[in-house]
Design a protein around this ligand. Structure first.
Ligand code: PMP
Length: 405
């Protein structure tokens, strides 16, 4: 299917903004939804909605089947060995918080180490800061090169036999580079640590196989991969999840309750206290069906090709600075245009119907490392076309002219 045909499946893209056709280049923040996902959520609410797990009535059973069916899809999508290794969460943020609050707080003692990088999104940083504070563990940073990246040698030097957790992004939301998580998993294991992967920016774009990556935990958000907001998942190795205590307590997650104690259900339900994210999970399952139908390798190829095209053209624009290594930019490019503030660039682009993001991208440490306050970011996904990239480039030229005047 051509990207122009795929684009037709996303109703929101068929509109004008300030009189121009919408060019949506902000999918790294949140992707748009194909009609399949919208219909799946609508169908669920129109026909199947009920609470799950408890009902013996028909709607209860339909809702449970659809919810648990979505879990099977996520397990298959990530290459998990069992759907019991998939916990539905609100998104990558709550998945990472779950590991930091439960696993790290259980295994870390004073003087142990939690290793992260300064490239991390705040969602893969603040939970570890809190876990370190709560346990007396040391939060250690893999040193970054001037361009914001790190090498496997830097990881070798940072991880020791005191390290209990290593947590990094698979793909950076600022630099667009892929970190060497496969090799990091080997280093972590050799030192008796676990590897947590923040997959918020990889799951939408590339085929992920947690067995092949060798990671112990993998977190992602549904809304960045054509699914609804408010749902995501945590993959965890069964043996580790079994050791972990829940962090939310209430209905749905218990086995037996007595006056002063309670026992938990088996995996994965012990981590899903309360009425779960039923419609969200069903929508996420539909998003996975949609992405798999197109093919993750086809999507990766398209996104990379489009980003390469944009980067090549942007290199020709005088005064435009791009951040990160040249061979990075997996689906996104972060930049500044002369000394025009990134927010001004994004504001003028919006007047031409082009939606990009501006700011620190929840990566204040990386921004400080690169000595920049804010950047603009254009991100590309399966529904974007070369023609849209051209509109974006033209809008950048107009922005330059506007500020010259
Ligand atoms: N990690 C990375 C690399 C991200 O880009 C994001 C979203 N910007 C997150 C984590 C957090 O995702 P969410 O807000 O959906 O929980």
């Amino acid at each position: 299917m051509e990207s122009s045909e795929i684009r037709e499946l996303f109703p929101i893209l068929n509109q004008k903004i300030h009189g121009y056709p919408l060019v949506y280049l902000d999918s790294a923040a949140s992707a748009q939804k194909p009609i399949h996902v919208i219909e799946a959520v609508k169908h669920y609410y129109e026909w199947d909605h009920s609470n799950v797990h408890r009902g013996v009535h028909t709607l209860g059973m339909r809702a449970t089947d659809a919810y648990e069916g979505a879990r099977v899809k996520v397990a298959r999508f990530l290459g998990a060995t069992s759907e019991k290794e998939i916990i539905f969460t609100r998104g990558a943020t709550s998945a990472l918080n779950l590991v930091a609050s439960s696993y790290a707080r259980t295994v870390c003692r004073k003087g142990d180490e939690i290793v992260v990088s300064a490239m991390e999104h705040h969602s893969n940083l603040l939970p570890w800061q809190q876990a370190a504070k709560a346990t007396g563990a040391v939060l250690k940073y893999i040193p970054l090169h001037p361009d914001g990246t790190f090498s496997i040698e830097d990881v070798e030097k940072s991880v020791t036999n005191r390290t209990k957790v290593v947590s990094v992004s698979h793909v950076s939301n600022v630099l667009g580079i892929a970190n060497p998580v496969k090799q990091m998993a080997v280093i972590a294991r050799k030192n008796g640590a676990v590897l947590v992967v923040d997959g918020a920016q990889s799951a939408p774009h590339i085929k992920v196989d947690v067995q092949e990556l060798g990671c112990d935990f993998y977190a992602f958000s549904g809304h960045k991969m054509c699914g609804p907001t408010g749902v995501g998942a945590l993959y965890g190795r069964k043996a580790l999840l079994e050791q972990m205590e829940p962090i939310e307590f209430g209905g749905e997650m218990i086995d037996h309750v007595s006056l002063h104690n309670a026992s938990w259900k088996e995996l994965p339900w012990k981590f899903e206290g309360g009425t779960p994210i039923i419609a969200g999970a069903i929508g996420l399952g539909a998003a996975i069906d949609f992405l798999e139908q197109i093919g993750m390798n086809t999507i990766a190829e398209h996104d990379n090709q489009l980003t390469r095209y944009a980067v090549e053209q942007m290199e020709r624009i005088e005064d435009l600075t791009m951040y990160g290594p040249k061979d990075g930019h997996l689906g996104l490019v972060t930049f500044n245009l002369g000394n025009i503030h990134a927010h001004d660039v994004a504001t003028v682009l919006d007047t031409y119907g082009v939606a990009i993001r501006a700011g620190h991208h929840c990566c204040q440490l990386l921004m400080r490392h690169l000595s920049i306050g804010a950047t603009a970011r254009a991100s590309f996904y399966l529904y974007n076309t070369e023609e849209e990239v051209d509109r974006f480039l033209l809008a950048l030229q107009k922005t330059k002219e506007y500020f010259k005047e």
